[in-house]
Design a protein around this ligand. Structure first.
Ligand code: FAD
Ligand code: UDP
Length: 364
């Protein structure tokens, strides 16, 4: 009946549907949630586009991907520059001259480098084996203790010494006065939110919401030639090799009767004793001037069956379990696994688009 059954109306599924529908293929897209767009879903509250599943800033160095996403929306010139709060101290992120100047009362890059080198020398670290060693080796003890340790341990629910080093390598380290969180050439927020993008991508596909794949496929086993699955790969196989670990996030969203709560879209709380990791004030992504404001506090939590899986925990144990699931997937054939959960990878939106375009190419 259909060429493709696409499970998940998130970014991967939507790009896949858009591209294959363009080639005349018939796609049915199902999602268990009551809305499209997966984790990039935005909802208008008080005239503000609220990022319901966490702050999403589009950034890429790939011009082709930037041009691709711009066909679906106009992007503004938002530049992500989070603030970190540690007790009563406020710092700029990512780690740059503004951060170092505030932390040590210094002015020049040479002074900052000397401070860091002096702290690193005392630590005697070889090739970093985990996130703690990687962070200490990059920025020394002060920045690690105040801006990394507490935040990371809240975020991942594990000691930094048990986390993979690559997580921290995502953050730029600069000896310039530059608070741009990303090094990418292109960055912005779609004016009017992300949901409209996915709506346009799905315009020529059939979409069924509130529909869980595992129930649906029992009733409709032969509905499509091929399946594209963007849910969790371990769930697809009934967890038969064991559960992959995920981190989940609980969002506490509030409408406040004031115009400007924190003066910035993203404020991280890096102290261990503050129970949430960050507060997002959504209006600032689009420079909003509405009379009220909407904020979301993010509480990180261990994932349990039934909760939303957000972040794959890519440590050695999980990566090798994933490899075994990937083997099952290859043996099974006829199902394409895609996206953050299907591929069990920490993927930004630009990578998801690029992988979905690859998947379409491979299917021809
Ligand atoms: P999803 O958006 O998760 O879509 C998968 C869909 O499949 C979901 O809608 C789900 O309901 C559905 N589904 C799952 N199982 C089933 C089933 N059994 N039956 C039916 N439907 C099912 N990226 C950036 O580039 N910039 C950022 O600033 C950024 N911030 C982020 C912040 C947070 C808190 C998180 C978690 C991620 C962030 N990302 C960011 C990454 C971004 O969210 C992903 O790259 C993107 O949303 C992945 O799209 P996807 O289609 O793979 O997955
Ligand atoms: N991180 C940190 N302190 C901060 C912000 C981030 O130590 O104030 C670390 C933390 O380990 C986090 C990683 O850097 O998991 C990547 O941060 P990013 O903001 O990219 O995470 P995401 O937006 O994906 O939640």
């Amino acid at each position: 009946m259909y060429d493709f059954l696409i499970v998940g109306a998130g970014l991967f599924g939507a790009v896949f549907a858009f591209e294959t529908a363009k080639k005349g293929k018939r796609c049915l897209v199902i999602d268990k949630r009551p809305h499209i767009a997966g984790n990039i879903y935005t909802e208008n509250i008080e005239g503000i586009n609220v990022h319901k599943y966490g702050a999403h800033i589009f950034h890429t160095s790939d011009k082709a991907i930037w041009d691709y996403i711009n066909q679906f929306a106009e992007f503004n010139n938002y530049v992500n520059s989070p603030i970190a709060v540690y007790n009563d101290e406020l710092y700029n992120l990512p780690f740059n001259m503004n951060t170092f100047s505030k932390m040590w009362g210094i002015k020049t890059p040479a002074e900052a480098k000397a401070r860091i080198a002096e702290q690193i020398a005392r630590l005697n670290i070889g090739e970093p084996k985990n996130l703690e060693e990687q962070a200490l080796k990059l920025v020394g003890m002060d920045v690690y203790e105040k801006l990394i340790k507490g935040y990371t341990e809240k975020q991942w629910g594990r000691p930094c010494s048990e986390l993979p080093a690559f997580i921290i390598k995502r953050l730029p380290l600069r000896f310039r006065y530059d608070n741009n969180y990303f090094n990418d050439r292109y960055q912005g927020i779609p004016i009017g939110g992300y949901t409209q993008i996915v709506e346009k991508m799905l315009a020529n596909a059939e979409v069924k919401l509130n529909t869980d794949y595992f129930e649906f496929v029992k009733q409709n086993p032969n509905i499509a030639e091929k399946t594209v699955f963007t849910g969790a790969i371990d769930e697809f196989f009934g967890y038969k090799l064991g559960e992959l670990e995920y981190r989940s996030v609980r969002f506490e969203t509030e409408v406040l009767d004031e115009e400007n709560y924190q003066g910035n879209a993203v404020v991280n709380y890096t102290h261990r004793d503050v129970p949430f990791t960050r507060i997002i004030e959504h209006k600032h992504f689009e420079f909003g001037e509405q009379p009220r404001t909407v904020i979301s506090r993010e509480y990180s939590a261990e994932w349990k069956p039934g909760a939303e899986p957000y972040y794959p925990v890519n440590d050695d144990r999980n990566n090798s379990l994933y490899k075994q699931y990937e083997k099952l997937a290859d043996e099974r054939g006829n199902v394409v696994f895609g996206g953050r959960l299907g591929m069990y990878r920490y993927l930004d939106m630009d990578k998801v688009i690029s992988l979905a375009l690859d998947a379409v190419r491979q299917i021809q």
